[in-house]
Design a binder for this molecule. Structure first.
Ligand SMILES: NC(=O)c1ccc[n+]([C@@H]2O[C@H](COP(=O)([O-])OP(=O)(O)OC[C@H]3O[C@@H](n4cnc5c(N)ncnc54)[C@H](OP(=O)(O)O)[C@@H]3O)[C@@H](O)[C@H]2O)c1
Length: 304
């Protein structure tokens, strides 16, 4: 049963990009929403879709007038900025909130905080061991959110998110460029979630009186290679070439290699507290729905 833990005031979606936009559309019916983005052009795109939006670069400081006086909830989806192990962007954002006391802050973290477990399972009780600075920033950011909320009696929710896929977030360009994938045996399990399931989990976190960290996953872990091959099949594109780890060093980008170097199997022991189960527990369904939304196969999708 839904328990509306959010009070009156605005739902501020800070970092309203791919996921935030779909979230805003779903939240609009429940009360006022304000999207915060960095660039004016992003705000214009949102406003054209009927989503109230302001553009302000958190790194440069948010003008006080840009923020609503009364906040019911804050959902923070902006990625950490720059190098280092601290999320200074989030620190600036929390400072800009001043004396605000929303009922809940939802922070989008990543499952990267668990580091590399060589394919072993992790749940919310597993030790955190980030390996890359990007993941260390996330862990540090989780601490900032917990401290900020703790000092104000605000409910903190941390969503640890795996790779997000959905419409316009499928490896179609990589397939069209004939980029190879790691062969079976050289790649560990990867974890994913369809963007609409992520949105539904976030809405559940707003509406239920839960707090703390939640792992999110579609429950269908498979390597990046297996997922890419699945997408190729459903999109009617040629299957990618499989390469060894040794060959991958010379044909894959440093970013992809860093991603592939870590593997873990994300599980959750807290998901049921959200009253949420993924609609796209079968990735074929999630990929098919994404392709349909993109009009894949119609001439209009050819350039995407
Ligand atoms: N993609 C994945 O597979 C994945 C996996 C795990 C976790 N995550 C995390 O989940 C969150 C949501 O992901 P997403 O893919 O939906 O994000 P996204 O589409 O990249 O959107 C990021 C948003 O943050 C805004 N932003 C960035 N810097 C800002 C600044 N200095 N001031 C104000 N706004 C700023 C951007 O505004 P502009 O558009 O105006 O620049 C954009 O609206 C992110 O934190 C992401 O890192 C993603």
């Amino acid at each position: 049963m839904e328990n509306r833990a959010e009070g009156k005031g605005t739902c501020l979606i800070a970092g309203c990009g791919y996921t935030g936009t779909r979230l805003a559309r779903r939240r609009l019916g429940a009360g006022p929403v304000l999207a915060l983005v960095r660039r004016a052009v992003s705000a214009e795109v949102l406003i054209r879709q009927g989503i109230p939006a302001v553009a302000a670069d958190v790194d440069a400081g948010i003008p006080l007038l840009a923020l609503p006086r009364e906040l019911a909830s804050v959902i923070y989806l902006a990625p950490p900025a720059g190098a280092g192990t601290e999320d200074l962007r989030l620190a600036r954002f929390l400072q800009a909130l001043g004396p605000a006391r929303p009922q809940v802050v939802v922070y989008f973290s990543t499952t990267g905080v668990y580091g590399d477990t060589r394919g072993a399972a992790v749940d919310e009780a597993s030790p955190v061991a980030p390996r890359e600075d990007r993941s260390r920033q996330r862990w540090e950011a989780e601490g900032q959110v917990a401290a900020w909320c703790g000092a104000r009696g605000v409910r903190p929710v941390i969503l640890r998110v795996p790779a997000i896929y959905g419409p316009h977030r499928l490896p179609l360009d990589r397939l069209r460029r004939s980029e190879p994938v790691l062969r079976d045996g050289d790649s560990g399990p990867g974890n994913r979630i369809h963007v609409d399931d992520l949105v539904a989990a976030c809405l559940a976190a707003l509406d239920r009186p839960v707090s703390g960290a939640f792992n999110l996953t579609d429950g269908a872990p498979e390597s990046m290679a297996a997922f890419t091959i699945r997408v190729a099949k459903l999109a009617g594109l040629p299957a990618p070439r499989r390469v060894s780890w040794a060959e991958a060093q010379s044909v894959m980008s440093p970013g992809v290699l860093a991603f592939l170097r870590e593997s873990r199997l994300v599980t959750s022991r807290r998901m049921q507290e959200l009253g949420w189960t993924p609609e796209y527990g079968n990735p074929d369904d999630g990929i098919r729905a994404s392709l349909v939304e993109m009009g894949w196969g119609n001439s209009s999708s050819a350039g995407r």
